[in-house]
Design a protein around this ligand. Sequence first.
Ligand SMILES: Cc1cc2nc3c(=O)[nH]c(=O)nc-3n(C[C@H](O)[C@H](O)[C@H](O)COP(=O)(O)OP(=O)(O)OC[C@H]3O[C@@H](n4cnc5c(N)ncnc54)[C@H](O)[C@@H]3O)c2cc1C
Length: 400
Amino acid sequence: MDLNNLKPDPIVVVGGGFGGLATVQALLAKSDGTSVILLDEGNRFLFKPLLYELLSGELQLWEVAPQYSDLASELGFIFLQECVVEIDEIEQKLITSSEMEINYSQLVISTGVTKDYSFLDTFQDYACGFSNLNDFRIIKKLITKINNSSEYINPIVIAGAGPTGVELACKISDLIKDRVEIYLVDKGDKILPNCKSFNREKAIDAIHKRNIRVYLNYYIKSVDKTFLQLSITNNETDNFIKIDYSNLLWTAGLKPSKSKFVNHFLNENQKVKVNEFMQMDEYQNIFFVGDITFYENAPFPSSAQVAMQQGSLVAQNIISLRKGNELKPFKFEDLGEMLSLGIGNASITGYGITLAGSLAFEIRRIAYLIRMPGLLLSLKSSGSWLFSKKIINRFFSQSS
Ligand SMILES: Cc1cc2nc3c(=O)[nH]c(=O)nc-3n(C[C@H](O)[C@H](O)[C@H](O)COP(=O)(O)OP(=O)(O)OC[C@H]3O[C@@H](n4cnc5c(N)ncnc54)[C@H](O)[C@@H]3O)c2cc1C
């Protein structure tokens, strides 16, 4: 692509996750033909809340992870598969790992977070996360191996009883059908501490039903190739539980993506402190969106919902900035929460409903797929099963 043919004053977005793509979509809907360039180091957008359904085969790769090149031609933006390594705020340009230089007029950074193994050096060697397609492939292979084995396999340990840990534990349990025990470990005193109470109750039921063993108030003190030690949180005694394990899945801590170029923007909590307009005070033409951000006056959760709402607001603010209009502050509107709880099962609080079970699973799937960036792609992916299963009819007949 010849970047010299761009319209003047391009808007550049780094990171094509929920925050970045929502920004791009809103910019294209609102702006007057300005060039919008999206850079991502990968070639596919990943709809992370549906990674569990990809693992179980309930959804396919093309439904959960469309290619950026397809989205770009459908929506009308410029996509460059590049990893950004440096930002020159004075010259207003980005530098990528292939030494490409890209000038921007306004810049949006939404590079997300990744697993944080800094608690223990050996996590790097023995743990696997669950946040990208690479992790997905490793866990998929593990499930196949377990299902094809007739030998005893030591338990799988999942660290972190937040949404990812709980949802992953339920889905893996259903996929391996009691062949291997699953242990869920968390240093806190309850699972899903920040979730809605209805969803937490349904998750506890789902965990008990599957015989997943839960260790609350424990943290992983050490890990070796074949065993790990659990110690009691906030307790100085030498008491610990030794577990011979087969696989350690880490969902317990996150840090900014391997984006060294944002290091100098990070605060002591490894987040970028933004003002109410999602800018940095120092550089008013640089906006930040998504999991990487921290707003001191009203901290918001790290979620796809927040990232998408921020992306939409930032697009509006960039257009206002270009026209010399006033910017608007970010206000999070909580639309509710949905949990995947095993094959064909989910729990929903919000969106006007409180519901659990198979119907909740189907509504969750529709609700997410229609949010997939690129209307045509989302219709293609949701359409096939939406119509064949007559979900809408079923929903109305059950709720009446
Ligand atoms: C398994 C799982 C399930 C989840 N379920 C839910 C859910 O049900 N509901 C919910 O609200 N949230 C959920 N989340 C959280 C949600 O996915 C995140 O909050 C959301 O993705 C944050 O969006 P983001 O734009 O900040 O980052 P991301 O979506 O992570 O996107 C970051 C992008 O930046 C790119 N990038 C990083 N560094 C560079 C670089 N240097 N150069 C170029 N590109 C770069 C990456 O390749 C990536 O595409 C889930 C997360 C996971 C892992």
